[in-house]
Design a protein around this ligand. Structure first.
Ligand code: HEM
Length: 400
């Protein structure tokens, strides 16, 4: 069966409450065409049972000229191009390139390697909490952004003075917005990373980026462009998502004080709660673009060759066929198997780090600010206009 109805547009309401659309689509048209804010017609996969295999389907490829071809076919000018030096990373590649690129850094991100970072992340979280001395704060600015940004910057060796600039470029690149603004942000980001890589080559340090630069110099294992793209991916993926794990999770808790009370009474429950926050309101709405290299049947619908497929992680994680009472926050439930980190060969490399940062962030915020409440009507919060990142643009809270 091929769907013939006109594709639905994704609008602002979708960013605030994507599951409102997914609820309808999961039952009426689980694999159907929608139009993104950039005007691209894509196939949207909303059921858990379809989403999981689709994420790991080699026929839905990441690389090559797929995107350019689709844009051309749909008559869309690629107005908001990423700089070429930013796109040659593992999340945009298929094996064997993907395997080679991922292997270069995978050892640094194992659960064991990441566990060694616990004392430093805890100290950072405490420092940020110490600095929250006022009665109110924006939880994003004061805590949810600086924690993961500092952690990934220290890991890679990015000097502190550039972190706010980086936040601005990254936010712009991952949101809808004006093409000119996005192109400018991509250019600034590419230039910054290129300079950073040159600095690491000239003055290597004891950091991951220096190690990656060295690996590129030692053999033909990766090109200069791949080094810059790798730095881009790790820095962007390393903070944009975790920021919203912390913010979305805290918002969920502030709206469900009974669940916060459970965690305060039994902090050992926090790691389980992190999995539930990821399932309940994960930071990634739609996984990154995939291209059908041939006709692919998904959940009874044939997606023709040469199309873009977007897999909804939030849709899958709220699927009542997979989770009972999916719209209920329950920090005691077994949320394992959620797709918030993706699935298959592109499964999030940083998952152990994100989990550790999340655990420390929630423990710290719950114990240091037992009286925290939302300082805004949840309906008045503004959402990132991004099909990738699901999160608010600011989150005012009362601290005491
Ligand atoms: C890939 C989610 C934190 C690095 C992914 C994917 C998802 C995801 C869904 C797969 C996308 C797709 O298949 O289209 C998340 C979430 C995070 C998080 C929800 C936080 C709560 C991090 C952190 C890092 C990181 C802290 C650290 C550097 C990566 C990398 C990939 C990736 C490198 C690409 C893996 C590959 O292509 O093989 N992430 N991520 N992520 N993530 Fe994360």
């Amino acid at each position: 069966m091929t769907t013939t109805t006109d594709p639905r547009p994704l609008d602002d309401a979708f960013f605030a409450d994507p599951d409102a659309l997914y609820r309808v689509l999961r039952t009426e048209a689980p694999v159907s065409r929608v139009v993104t804010t950039m005007g691209l017609t894509v196939w949207l996969v909303t059921r858990y049972a379809d989403a999981r295999p689709a994420l790991n389907d080699a026929r839905l490829a990441k690389s090559g000229s797929g995107f350019a071809t689709v844009l051309e076919k749909q008559g869309i000018e690629n107005r908001a191009r990423f700089a070429d030096s930013l796109v040659g990373h593992m999340l945009n590649t298929d094996p064997p390139d993907h395997t080679r690129l991922r292997k270069l850094v995978s050892r640094a991100f194992t659960v064991r390697a990441i566990a060694a970072m616990r004392p430093r992340i805890t100290a950072l979280a405490e420092e940020l909490a110490d600095a929250m001395t006022g009665d109110e704060a924006d939880l994003l600015d004061a805590f949810a952004f600086p924690l993961p940004m500092t952690v990934i910057s220290e890991l890679l060796g990015v000097p502190p003075e550039h972190r706010e600039d980086f936040r601005g470029w990254s936010n712009t690149l991952l949101s809808a917005g004006e093409p000119e603004t996005r192109t400018a942000a991509a250019g600034a980001m590419a230039q910054f990373l290129s300079q950073l890589v040159a600095d690491k080559a000239a003055h290597p340090g004891d950091d991951m980026l220096s190690a990656i630069v060295r690996a590129a110099e030692d053999g033909d294992s990766l090109s200069h462009t791949e080094v810059i793209s790798m730095a881009f991916l790790l820095l962007v993926a390393g903070h944009e998502t975790t920021v919203n794990l912390i913010a979305n999770g805290m918002r969920a808790l502030l709206q469900h004080p009974d669940q916060a009370a459970l965690l305060r009474a039994d902090p050992a429950l926090v790691p389980n709660a992190v999995e539930e926050f990821l399932r309940y309101d994960g930071p990634v709405n739609l996984a990154t673009l995939r291209f059908s290299t041939q006709d692919v049947e998904i959940g009874g619908t044939t997606v023709p060759a040469g199309e873009v497929v977007l897999v909804s992680l939030i849709g899958a994680n709220r699927d009542p066929e997979r989770y009972e009472r999916p719209t209920e926050l329950d920090v005691t439930r077994d949320a394992r198997g959620h797709l918030a980190f993706g699935y298959g060969i592109h499964h999030c490399l940083g998952a152990p780090l994100a989990r550790l940062e999340g655990e420390i962030a929630f423990r710290t915020l719950l114990s240091r600010f037992p009286a925290m409440t939302l300082a805004a009507d949840p309906r008045s919060l503004t959402w990132r206009e991004s099909t990738l990142i699901h999160g608010v643009t600011s989150m005012p809270v009362r601290l005491r």
